[in-house]
Design a binder for this molecule. Structure first.
Ligand SMILES: Cc1ncc(COP(=O)(O)O)c(C=O)c1O
Length: 451
C-alpha cells in the first residue's frame, strides 16, 4: 500500500489477526429472539421503514445479503464463524448506475494507461456546487489514488522530519501511520468527552498549534469515529488559530456525503478566505459509494503555491495517475449516483436508530455517542470495561462479532468500541444479537469476579 502503513497485518488498515479462505456466512446467533428488544415491533414502526429495511417507493435494495467472502475483501477475510463489522467499507453493492458504467469499460477490453479528462473535473465541481454549496475551480483539483496516499504525500512534502502533525483524538487510526511512518511526531489535541458527546478544547488546541514545531493539522470533517459534523463557527475558529500559528490544515472530507438525512456538512475551504488559502482538502466518492478498492480521490488546493508543492509531491510519490476505472467510477457516482445515495442515507440512518434502540433496551450499560455522520458508531463501554480491547477480544472469541477496539484511534478511545453499521438490516440484527449474547457472558464473568 502506498505510503507504507505501519506493520500491523503487513500494511493493512487495521488488525487482521486471523485469516481464512472459507466462504459462506456464519449463522451464529442469526434469527434469535431474546427478551427486551422486539425485532418484530421494529417492523413498520420506525419512520415507516420495515424490518426488511425497504420503504415504500424505494428504488434500490439495500437489504440484499451480499456475500463478500472469497473476493479478497480485507473486511471479510476472516474465519467463517466471524461477522466483521470493523473496517469502514459497506456490505452493499454500489449504485447500479456505477456498475453499468464499469461494465461498459470492462466490455471495451483494452486497459492501457489512463488520463484524467475534463469530465472528472466537471463531476467534482457539479457535485460540490449542487450538494455542498462550494464553487470549485477546476485548476484547484488534483487526482490522487486515495485519501491516505494524499495525506502521506502531503505530510512528506509540506512538513519536515521531526515536526509535529496535530490530530484530534480519537481519530481515524491511519492518520497515525501517515505521520509516524514519515518520521514526523503525532501531536494529539484530544477531543473532550463529557460522558455524552465530544467537543474541541480550544485552549489545548491553541497551545499545541502555537508550538513552532507544529506545522500541519489533520482535520477529520466529518469526524471518524465520533460521527460529529463540525459547524461553520467551529471550523472558522480552527481556521483562525491555524493561520495565526502558521499551521497548514489538511481537511479530510471523505465522509462528507454520509451525513444523516436533513444534515449537511460544511467544507472547510468554504468557511472563509483564511480557511480557503491555508488548506488542502481531500475529497472522494469512495466512502459514500463504496468504491474504496477502485482507488479514486481528489485533492483540492485553492492556494497556487501550496498546490504546486502538493502536485509535485503526489507526482513524485506516483499517486497522481488513475487506473482504468478510477475516473469513470467517480464521474458516474457524482453524475448518476445521487438518487441511490439519498436512499442509502435513509437506510443508514435507520440502521443507526436500530442500533441505538437495541442498545437502549437490551444493553443499557453501553452508550452510543450521538452521531450525525458516517455509518460508524462509537460505543462507550466504560460502564462494563476498563479496557475495551479486552471486551472486543472477548466478543470476537465468544460470538465471532468482529468490532474495532477504540484504542486504535488513540489512547483516549480505550473504553470504546467502534461498530460499522453499513450492512443489510438482517446482518445488523445478527451482529446485535451476537453483541447482546457476548456482553451478557462478559457481565456474568464480571459478577463472578466480584463474588
Ligand atoms: C477519515 C478517513 N480518511 C481516509 C480513509 C481512507 O481513504 P482511502 O481509502 O481513499 O485511502 C478513511 C477510511 O476509512 C477514513 O475514515
Amino acid at each position: 500500500m502506498p505510503g507504507g502503513k505501519l506493520a500491523k497485518g503487513a500494511g493493512s488498515r487495521g488488525k487482521v489477526s486471523q485469516r481464512s479462505r472459507n466462504s459462506g456466512f456464519g449463522d451464529f446467533g442469526a434469527g434469535k429472539r431474546e427478551g427486551g428488544f422486539a425485532w418484530s415491533e421494529w417492523q413498520g414502526n420506525q419512520s415507516g421503514m420495515a424490518m426488511s429495511g425497504r420503504k415504500m417507493g424505494m428504488r434500490y435494495d439495500f437489504d440484499k445479503m451480499t456475500d463478500r467472502r472469497g473476493t479478497g475483501s480485507l473486511k471479510w477475510d476472516v474465519p467463517e464463524r466471524e461477522l466483521p463489522m470493523w473496517v469502514a467499507d459497506m456490505d452493499f453493492e454500489t449504485a447500479p448506475e456505477i456498475i453499468e458504467t464499469l461494465h461498459g469499460r470492462v466490455g471495451h477490453g483494452v486497459f492501457g494507461y489512463s488520463v484524467v479528462g475534463e469530465d472528472w473535473y466537471r463531476a467534482y465541481q457539479g457535485w460540490w456546487s449542487r450538494r455542498h454549496h462550494l464553487e470549485i475551480e477546476a485548476e484547484w483539483l488534483v487526482f490522487c489514488t486515495g485519501v491516505v496516499p494524499a495525506i502521506s504525500s502531503a505530510v512528506r512534502k509540506l512538513t519536515t522530519v521531526g515536526e509535529n502533525v496535530l490530530v484530534q483524538t480519537p481519530v481515524y487510526n491511519i492518520f497515525f501511520n501517515s505521520i509516524r511512518n514519515n518520521g514526523r511526531n503525532i501531536l494529539e489535541s484530544p477531543l473532550v468527552y463529557d460522558g455524552r458527546e465530544y467537543a474541541i478544547d480550544f485552549d489545548d488546541l491553541e497551545e499545541k498549534l502555537a508550538n513552532p514545531q507544529t506545522t500541519l493539522m489533520l482535520l477529520c470533517n466529518p469526524h471518524n469515529p465520533v460521527g460529529k459534523i463540525w459547524g461553520r463557527e467551529t471550523l472558522a475558529c480552527i481556521g483562525e488559530l491555524c493561520a495565526k500559528h502558521h499551521v497548514l490544515v489538511l481537511s479530510d472530507e471523505i465522509h462528507c456525503d454520509l451525513t444523516d438525512p436533513g444534515y449537511g456538512y460544511v467544507p472547510f475551504a468554504s468557511v472563509s478566505e483564511l480557511c480557503r488559502e491555508n488548506s488542502v482538502t481531500c475529497l472522494a466518492p469512495t466512502k459514500a459509494f463504496n468504491l474504496a478498492g477502485l482507488q479514486t480521490a481528489a485533492v483540492m488546493v485553492p492556494n497556487p503555491v501550496i498546490r504546486h508543492k502538493l502536485e509535485r509531491g503526489l507526482n513524485t510519490d506516483e499517486v497522481a495517475e488513475p487506473n482504468a476505472f478510477a475516473v469513470g467510477a467517480a464521474v458516474a457516482a457524482f453524475e448518476k449516483g445521487e438518487p441511490w445515495l439519498e436512499e442509502l442515507r435513509e437506510y443508514l440512518a435507520e440502521n443507526k436508530r436500530c442500533v441505538r434502540g437495541f442498545l437502549e433496551q437490551r444493553l443499557p450499560r453501553i452508550k452510543v455517542v450521538p452521531s450525525r455522520a458516517t455509518y460508524l458508531l462509537w460505543l462507550d463501554c466504560s460502564a462494563i470495561a476498563e479496557d475495551a480491547a479486552e471486551l472486543a477480544g472477548f466478543i470476537r472469541k465468544d460470538s465471532g462479532l468482529y468490532l474495532t477496539e477504540g484504542a486504535e484511534y488513540g489512547a483516549c478511545g480505550k473504553q470504546f468500541i467502534r461498530l460499522n453499521a453499513a450492512c443489510p438490516r438482517e446482518r445488523l440484527k445478527d451482529g446485535l444479537e451476537r453483541l447482546a449474547k457476548s456482553v451478557s457472558a462478559w457481565e456474568a464473568l464480571e459478577k463472578r469476579d466480584f463474588m
